[in-house]
Design a protein around this ligand. Structure first.
Ligand code: IMP
Length: 200
């Protein structure tokens, strides 16, 4: 049975905040309805996730894997907080980072396959504690496929940190070890999540 990792729940009837209360980039304004998670809350939650990561994974060399492009802001912030904790710890451990991009395409059965493009040779993951950092899990299919791919390289441990997880009936039921917020089934943008995969 899947256990639920702690997360901040944004409920289905959460009203969010009026856009006028925040500085919204002009080019987004027409497409947005509400602000659900103000930036300060993301910062505070990310600091706590960094603590949780160090507690569970900080006993051995960590390789943090950033899934480009949209997850880079969360990745950079999470890693900064982890690095501060690591630096101030009596038992600091080596940490390295790698970056991958995923490309999905339909195979001849018209189901989606996932291909990793870019990044180092993934054999560097062998016998390491691998932290895969994601922006958002929607159905969770991307993450599930990536996870089985990474496991082929026999890491000592592999965990996923995702800033957001959507509550959706389309979910494959996969629950990451570290989750920032569980959100309603809406399309969300901001904090480097954008309308498409080339988001900034
Ligand atoms: P999944 O395989 O269905 O979990 O899809 C995950 C990917 O879809 C994420 O890494 C994002 O690139 C994209 N995605 C899904 N929902 C959203 C959203 O609400 N905003 C921005 N990107 C999204």
């Amino acid at each position: 049975m899947a256990t639920c990792s702690p997360r901040v729940m944004i409920s289905d009837d959460e009203p969010g905040c009026d856009l006028d209360l925040f500085c919204i980039p002009h080019h987004y304004a027409a497409d947005l309805e509400r602000v659900f998670i103000p930036h300060g809350l993301i910062v505070d939650r990310t600091k706590r996730l960094a603590q949780d990561v160090m507690k569970e994974m900080g006993g051995h060399h960590i390789i943090a894997l950033c899934v480009f492009k949209m997850g880079y802001k969360f990745f950079a912030d999470l890693l900064d907080y982890i690095k501060v904790l690591n630096r101030n710890s009596d038992r600091s451990i080596p940490m390295t980072v790698d970056f991958i991009r995923l490309k999905s395409y339909c195979n001849d059965q018209s189901t989606k396959d996932l291909k990793v493009i870019g990044g180092d040779d993934l054999s560097t993951l062998t016998r390491k504690n691998v932290l895969i950092v994601e922006d958002i899990l929607d159905t969770g299919k991307t993450t599930q496929t990536l996870l089985s791919l990474v496991k082929q390289y026999n890491p000592k441990m592999v965990k996923i940190a995702s800033l957001l997880v959507k509550r959706t009936s389309q979910s494959v039921g996969y629950r990451p070890g570290f989750v920032g917020f569980e959100i309603l089934d809406n399309f969300v943008i901001g904090y480097t999540l954008d309308y498409n995969t080339s988001g900034i």
